[in-house]
Ligand binder design. Structure first.
Ligand code: SAH
Length: 567
């Protein structure tokens, strides 16, 4: 696995210059600055402890520009819980010291050396093996996997106790290490893809140089792959990737098999039997097993799965929520972090950022929805990870339906093979309701007052019926410059059914800078109090308002209707 991009965390403006120098070392790393104290950071946070712990839990490498003690105390509660640690380093504000703290097996010492070289200082490396041999033997580079960590630790301590070592197999990354070589040594570092019985005198490292292609019988893929490896006495960690035909891309058993085997899944043009697929994946290879269902190749070098065929593309339609970052669901944050391409209306794309330089932004006008949806499929069908951004919830008057409509209309099998995901968000009506209290606490009706895509007559009819049914109402798209009169007409219909004192909540830019929330009544409401960034919630006959201790008011619609139940 390639290492994740680190986060550079700063507490004060004094460390910003050092942070920028670190970005020379990690150009994709973002500087996280404390709100109000750091100007010019790439991303702001409010609470140091929560932020640091969250990054740590997400396995993000952390470079904190502050005292080592602060970092240790902040992460202390997390340390016993976690198996694999991301690298965590403390760097002195002025760049005069680099202290690797955690993540010895995640490459923290390597990072400390990189950072120290950039800052022109010596890294404070304290790991004995690392100091003696100049590398962490237990952290082989991409393309290799350590067989057993605990056994590896014992091996390194034997080595540190003064024993010498011999190397079996190809381990080019150890050429520059400072190891006590002796071809008669008792201890050996063995690099090979065969399954071997564990030995206390051996550090066993598997090159990931095995590729398996699966053809017809996909439902039994996992068992077949395991069996083929076993028959050839190959170790599972040596498996670099699973390959299948493009025509089988959406087969659910495949994704499940790859996840179970813990390997990436790649696709090459098919159909064809497994042997043909394997040769198409690695053109100069000679499969050691090749039949219709399964083919197995052992390459002379580790295989980088990213260079084989293409992966299954992904298109996620995400909801940002109303605007505030803490109202965005975690799955959406993860999706944004994985995205290669981000599409959407410019305002929303900007709200979803900041982005890394390698992420491609495609900002378009708000009205070009179908075009945007098709563009998203074009990108995703090339194997890219694409995010289409909506505000609020993507399924509420937003991009999810447009994306599905584009797919429904399309005969491109490549589009239908894309892994489409819809990730929900907090819709404006719910965000506004929560701030006002619980005006939607009983049955309610959601309407868009925009007649761009539907005739005005149907809006009037639905509104009329919703009023007759005494539902609370939530109006999206209440008014705009091109639709100036519709809200006034809608309010006339409501007024014909409801008391003038019916509570109305107006939420504008909820969850965004400068948000306002107003509670008024139906008779006092005029269209000029409303714009296209406003959510209008109209109460039913049971909606009530009462004062809050802080001077504001609570609006709610009781859960019951008719007679109040005994409580
Ligand atoms: N998918 C969005 C709605 C898109 S329609 C959602 O689920 O929230 C756009 C309309 O939503 C706007 O005209 C406005 O009425 C409402 N809206 C969106 N964001 C809002 C916000 N932050 N505050 C108030 N209203 C908002």
């Amino acid at each position: 696995m390639a290492r994740q991009t680190p986060a550079i965390v700063v507490l004060g403006s004094g460390s910003l210059e050092t942070a920028r120098r670190l970005q020379q070392c990690y150009p994709d790393a973002m500087i996280h600055g404390l709100t109000g104290r750091v100007e010019g950071a790439d991303r702001l946070y409010d609470e140091f402890g929560t932020t640091l712990r969250q990054l740590y839990r997400n396995d993000t490498p952390i470079i904190a520009l502050c005292a080592a003690g602060i970092v240790i105390r902040t992460l202390a509660s997390e340390l016993l819980e976690k198996g694999a640690e991301p690298p965590v380093l403390a760097v002195a504000e002025d760049g005069s010291a680099v202290v690797p703290l955690l993540g010895g097996l995640g490459g923290v010492n390597l990072m400390a050396r990189e950072i120290a070289a950039t800052l022109g200082v010596a890294p404070a490396i304290t790991t004995s093996g690392e100091l003696r041999f100049g590398t962490c033997l237990l952290n082989p580079p991409d393309g290799y996997a350590l067989a057993d960590l605990e056994q590896g630790k014992r091996f390194v301590s034997d080595l540190l106790a003064g024993e010498s070592v011999r190397i079996e197999g190809a381990a080019p990354w150890l050429d520059s290490a400072n190891l006590p070589h002796d071809h008669q040594a008792r201890l050996s570092i063995h690099v090979g893809s065969s399954e071997r019985a564990p030995s206390p005198h051996e550090l066993l490292i598997y090159p990931r140089n095995v590729l398996v292609a699966v053809g017809a019988d996909l439902n039994n893929a996992v068992t077949a792959v395991r069996q083929a490896l076993q028959d050839r006495k190959l170790a599972l960690p040596a498996l670099a990737c699973l390959v299948a035909a493009r025509s089988a891309m959406a087969h659910p058993a495949l994704a499940q098999a790859a996840a179970e085997l813990g390997v990436p899944l790649r696709f090459v043009d098919g159909p064809g039997d497994a042997g043909e697929l394997a040769v198409r994946a690695l053109p100069d290879s000679l499969p050691v097993v090749a039949n219709t269902d399964l083919a197995l190749v052992v390459a002379s070098q580790p295989i980088d799965a990213r260079t084989i065929g293409q992966r299954r593309g992904r298109l996620a339609v995400i909801g940002l929520g109303p605007g505030a970052a803490d109202l965005m669901v975690p799955a959406v944050k993860t999706e944004l972090a994985q995205a290669d391409d981000v599409l959407g209306y410019e305002t929303y794309v900007r709200m979803a950022g900041p982005f890394r330089p390698d992420q491609v932004l495609h900002c378009t006008d708000n009205r070009e929805e179908m075009q945007r949806a098709r563009h998203a499929f074009e990108l995703a069908s090339q194997g890219r990870s694409v995010v289409v951004v909506s505000s609020g919830d993507p399924g509420v008057f937003a991009m999810a339906a447009a994306v599905l409509e584009a797919l429904h209309e399309s005969h491109e099998s490549d589009w239908h093979n894309v892994d489409v995901q819809i990730l929900p968000g907090v819709s404006a009506s719910l965000a506004t309701a929560a701030q006002a209290g619980a005006p939607l606490g009983h049955d309610f009706c959601v309407l868009s007052l925009s007649d761009n895509l539907k005739p005005w007559a149907i809006i009037e009819k639905r509104l009329e019926l919703a009023c007759q049914a005494d539902l609370a109402l939530a109006f999206y798209n209440p008014i705009s410059r091109s639709r100036p009169w519709q809200l006034g007409r809608a309010l006339e219909i409501v007024a014909a059914h409801r008391d003038g004192m019916t509570p109305v909540v107006l939420g504008r830019d909820i969850g965004r800078p400068g948000q306002t929330l107003r509670t008024t009544t139906l008779e006092r409401l005029t269209p000029d109090q409303v714009d296209m960034r406003t959510m209008v919630l109209v109460g039913s006959s049971t909606t009530c308002v009462f004062p809050r201790a802080d001077g504001g008011s609570w609006t709610y619609t009781p859960r019951w209707y008719g007679q109040r139940p005994d409580s």
